[in-house]
Design a protein around this ligand. Structure first.
Ligand code: SF4
Length: 659
């Protein structure tokens, strides 16, 4: 009755052995579930130096501690593994409806090791689990395969399915895992690891309940949260055309102030993440032309074609992940787009619009709809794919790639037809350029040579999320995380809505200080980033959504929900200690596998070296090394090397993982 199931499923794909393992209470008390249980388990069981695509790597698919407990916006799942993209800790977070199904099958997570001799899928219900032949699914796209499996495994209700598409099967290092016909756990190359194990899918048909300590209290709190979110609405007159003006105001902001997180809920309810399509152009958040341009290069007449109103015009209904009351997603009708191949699809998220919009100077929205569906079905990360295409275009522009290399494609900025043709080559891993780009820009630059690495924008091998840290330096610290380039840990703009200082004494309050101070390395900024990170680790351990987290503790209080579920009655600061343990364990995982944390500090164009020559972020270069150093110091990690100090390892009881 503590919110977790206390068990995991272990599947050895080499031998076919499947068994459940009990997990002691102390593990949940120290790490929660989700990312925390994931890092604990993988740390213990993946040997140092293991090949990420080999049998020793472990792929974990985990629910959150608060998932399926009656709490709200806690229905997200995590995929974890040793990342083939970065060589270190890999995690990827995803919405959809899979997460509760894991617990409804009686476990908190499923861990796959070994390599199956033939394509298989795992079927699991409350009675047990078995591996089934997936030969008939191999080669099918993720949406098609999900539909087949839902029909094949249907009982009185459709099962939940996590599946890889052709990108994962062909071991593209930028492949993800898909559920709900297009929600993708996209980062860290988790789909490549699943493909390397010849595991096509996981099919879950559960209906079990999750006991919690105080269900009446949870129900009352969920009602309170739901009512607040339901009543938070933008005025009817607020349309997408106003967003660039909002961005301009943000760009002119001289003082940092705390904001009510319900504003974020209002924007997400109406637009979803696509609000940033145009707002981010005028405040500088959107990276342009492979991170070397600005709104000067992708002007209003272009970016206004990506106005969220134009996307909402196609939205037929809002989409909610499990237990979500915001519903930032949307289903769209695109049967008339391009070749009419796709009909009903998920709305493209901001990250996709930006990766295939301003990053490539492409204003063809129809092409973006098409690409979004194409990549979701392929099971390929849209951020990494857009980043690879931008890299290729710049190589082409500089004569490093020629039409001979690209199979006749003229890779020009804004040439959507060429982009689609190139993506087809990447998805099919066609010999030559398709094969080279399918593993992301770091590997591509190494294979191409001729100085191509100048145009490869990445952090430790992973393409950064589509948000410019030169607008929000705290984001630059989060990009330098043990899972580098992740945009969903935090940033100053989010810290300002989270009000963590109300619950955590050491979290610095936001009190109208000059925006310019965010650019100066200081203990205050370091502590802001640390507080956000620890809270995010708790959120990822609980199955919470980033957009719930930024509602702030006044509106969505994770500490309170964790106590209602577990009955532990811990203080906020004690919970932050758990967040600290998870974050430190992620760093220790990287060190165990030979990753130097200094290699994950953002560099080059991302930090403003050289600085942009136009737009709101013109002339800015971040002192990111000093910022990260201060962050490491305040974490109890060596400020020069990023190695957690022995005293901290003892304090956090992590010696078990370092022995
Ligand atoms: S806010 Fe969006 S991403 Fe978060 S749980 Fe709801 S629908 Fe999913």
């Amino acid at each position: 009755m503590k919110g977790y199931m206390g068990k995991i499923l272990k599947v050895d794909l080499t031998t076919g052995d499947i068994r459940q393992e009990n997990i002691p209470d102390e593990v949940y008390e120290n790490f929660l579930s989700g990312v925390g249980l994931g890092v604990y388990y993988l740390h213990k069981h993946i040997p140092a130096g293991a090949d990420p695509m080999g049998p020793e790597n472990i792929l974990g698919i985990l629910s959150g501690l608060l998932t399926n407990t009656g709490s709200l916006m806690t229905g997200r799942w995590m995929a974890v593994c040793k990342s083939p993209l970065t060589g270190g800790w890999g995690d990827a977070n995803c919405g959809g409806t899979l997460s509760p199904a894991i617990k409804q099958c009686g476990v908190d997570g499923i861990f796959f090791t070994g390599i199956s001799p033939k394509p298989v899928y795992l079927y699991m219900d409350k009675e047990g689990a078995e591996l089934r032949d997936a030969s008939h699914l191999w080669g099918k796209d993720a949406v098609e395969a999900e539909e087949i499996l839902q029909e094949e495994c249907k009982t009185n209700k459709k099962p939940k399915v996590a599946v890889i598409g052709p990108a994962g099967e062909k071991l593209s290092l930028i492949a993800g895992i898909v559920n709900d016909a297009g929600r993708i756990s996209a980062r860290s190359g988790v789909g490549a690891v699943m493909g390397s194990k010849r595991l096509k899918a996981v099919v879950l048909q559960g209906s079990g309940k999750t006991g919690i300590a105080d269900s009446a209290g949870m129900s009352a709190y969920s009602k309170e949260v739901a009512t607040k979110v339901k009543n938070a609405n933008l005025p009817k007159f607020f349309k997408g055309f106003l967003l660039p003006y909002m961005g301009m105001l943000m760009a002119k902001q001289k003082k940092v102030v705390a904001m009510d997180g319900m504003l974020a809920a209002m924007i997400n309810k109406k637009f979803g993440t696509i609000a940033v399509n145009t707002l981010g152009m005028t405040n500088g958040d959107c990276p342009v032309k492979n991170w070397q341009g600005s709104v000067v290069d992708f002007k209003k007449r272009q970016y206004k074609k990506l106005n969220p109103d134009r996307i909402l015009a196609r939205e037929t209904k809002k989409y909610h992940c499990a237990s979500c009351v915001i519903g930032c997603g949307g289903m769209c009708d695109i049967r008339d787009v391009r070749d009419g191949r796709y009909a009903h699809t998920h709305k493209p998220e901001y990250e996709t619009c930006s990766s295939f919009g301003c990053l490539l100077l492409n204003d063809d929205l129809e092409a973006i709809f098409y690409i979004n569906e194409m990549l979701n079905r392929a099971g390929m990360d849209t951020i990494s794919a857009g980043n690879a295409v931008a890299f290729a275009i710049e190589c082409f522009e500089n004569g490093i790639l020629t039409e001979e290399d690209t199979g006749g494609l003229r890779l020009k900025w804004g040439n959507a037809e060429a982009v689609i043709a190139l993506l087809e080559k990447m998805i099919n891993r066609e010999e030559g350029i398709g094969d080279i780009l399918a593993d992301g820009v770091k590997g591509a630059a190494e294979r191409i040579g001729k100085g191509a690495e100048r145009f490869a924008v990445h952090v430790g091998g992973q393409a950064p999320g589509m948000h410019d840290p030169k607008l929000d330096p705290l984001l630059g610290i989060h990009f330098s995380d043990p899972t580098p380039g992740r945009h969903t840990i935090g940033g100053a703009v989010y810290y300002n809505t989270m009000y963590l200082w109300k619950e955590v004494s050491w979290a610095p309050p936001v009190k109208k200080h000059p925006k310019s101070e965010e650019y100066i390395p200081s203990d205050r900024e370091a502590l802001k980033s640390i507080a956000t990170t620890y809270y995010k680790m708790l959120t990822d351990g609980a199955g919470g959504c980033f957009f719930a987290m930024i509602l702030g503790v006044d509106h969505w209080n994770l500490f309170k929900m964790l106590n209602l579920a577990t009955g532990w009655n811990l203080s906020a600061e004690e919970y932050m200690g758990i967040g600290r343990r998870i974050q430190t364990a992620r760093q220790l995982f990287n060190l165990k596998h030979g990753v130097d944390p200094r290699d994950f500090i953002i560099a080059g164009r991302i930090k403003g070296d050289p600085p942009l020559t136009g737009g709101p972020l013109k002339g800015i270069t971040l002192a990111i090394e000093d910022m990260v150093r201060l962050t490491w110091k305040n974490c109890g990690w060596d400020e020069n090397t990023g190695v957690p100090e022995d005293a901290l390892i003892q304090e956090l009881h992590l010696s078990e993982l370092t022995e």
